[in-house]
Design a protein around this ligand. Structure first.
Ligand code: TXA
Ligand code: MG
Length: 311
């Protein structure tokens, strides 16, 4: 493909992981499987390496990155953990929860990782391949979703290559992601209060969304238009028309079903695969069946609304 790199596809076994760790150590870019979506990783302590992430994705520089570490001990070297933060980390790590915490002065992170904010977003992923890589690399890894900025998030190595082939050094093929939606992001404020900056696979009772403030984009993943398949998307559709690629839910005929049995976890794990199929099909428009707004359905509908919002 076009681009200045020849992108290697690496296996998820020891040899592939050793190669990936070597590329990362020397400041390169490797797309990695996680339990949520594939991430585009670079060492988080190196300005030049982190700058390459923004360049490969075409990501605006004001949009900060999530730092992935192998343990809560490693996370404590990067951020101040209040009692509330400790509690959340112990309950949900490793897993699809990202905590936004006050950044430590001596964190040693590249400035571009946090886009100049005095907070840092951190998570300990659960995917075994990603865990093995973090152990092999022994570095905090900055990793946004491994897609061109604004496009559909990747849940397979092929989805990564669809927009980043030739723009990154390597992708580790670790199969399909199991949760299939980006991590829940929770900000732990100095006063101990919590705000949900992005809904995701983990739901915390009684934590409300952050108010949208026009003057500061806190989590630009929350910008109205995102995850865009490049075609008009119509939501809550019972009866689609002929030139629409129909994404179904439950017992309806469709071009791609989120879950034939109406299971929301399965729907979450298949959402981006269906959107990728819809984007690649010859049909000029996309229609999506209603998805119940309960449980992880709230995060699915959040992503669908953004996919349906014109850029
Ligand atoms: O599941 C995930 O979170 C995946 C995998 C790879 O870990 N990553 C991911 O990264 O979704 P990305 O870059 O697509 O989304 C990160 C979100 C963005 O909305 C960004 O604005 C927000 O996290 N974010 C990062 N640092 C932040 C900070 N210090 N304060 C507020 N929001 C922050
Ligand atoms: Mg993203």
């Amino acid at each position: 493909m076009s681009g200045k790199y020849v992108t290697e596809t690496l296996g998820a076994e020891e040899r592939g992981l050793r190669r990936a760790a070597a590329i990362l150590a020397s400041g390169g870019l490797v797309a990695v499987p996680t339990e949520t979506v594939y991430g585009l990783a670079a060492r988080a302590d190196d300005e030049a390496a982190v700058a390459r992430i923004y360049e490969a994705k075409g990501r605006p520089s004001f949009n900060p990155l999530i730092v992935h570490v192998s343990s809560i001990e490693m996370a404590r070297a990067l951020a101040a953990f209040s009692a509330t933060a400790e509690h959340l980390a112990k309950a949900h790590w490793p897993g699809p929860l990202t905590l936004v915490l006050p950044r430590r002065q001596d964190a040693g992170l590249a400035v571009a990782v946090t886009a100049g904010l005095d907070t840092v977003a951190i998570r300990v992923p659960r995917n075994p391949v990603m865990r093995a890589l973090l152990n092999e690399a022994e570095l905090p890894l900055a990793a946004p979703s491994a897609n061109r900025s604004g496009f559909i998030s990747p849940t397979s190595a092929n989805h990564v290559l669809a927009t980043l082939d030739g723009r990154i050094d390597a992708v580790i093929d670790g199969g399909d992601c199991d949760a299939g939606l980006e991590s829940t992001i929770i900000a732990v404020r100095q006063d101990g209060s919590l705000q949900q900056l992005r809904p995701g696979p983990i739901r915390l009772n009684g934590v409300g969304p952050a108010a949208d403030t026009a003057d500061q984009v806190e989590a630009p993943g929350q910008l109205a238009s995102h995850y865009a398949p490049g075609k008009p998307v119509r939501l809550d559709v019972i009866r689609h028309v002929e030139d629409e690629f129909f994404i179904g839910f439950g017992e309806v005929g469709s071009d791609c079903s989120l879950s034939p049995t109406g299971n929301l976890e399965e729907a979450a794990s298949r959402l981006y695969a269906c959107l990728h199929q819809a984007a690649e099909s010859d049909l000029p428009r996309i229609a999506v069946a209603p998805v119940p707004d309960t449980g992880v359905g709230q995060a699915i509908n959040d992503r669908l609304r953004r996919a349906a919002t014109p850029a």
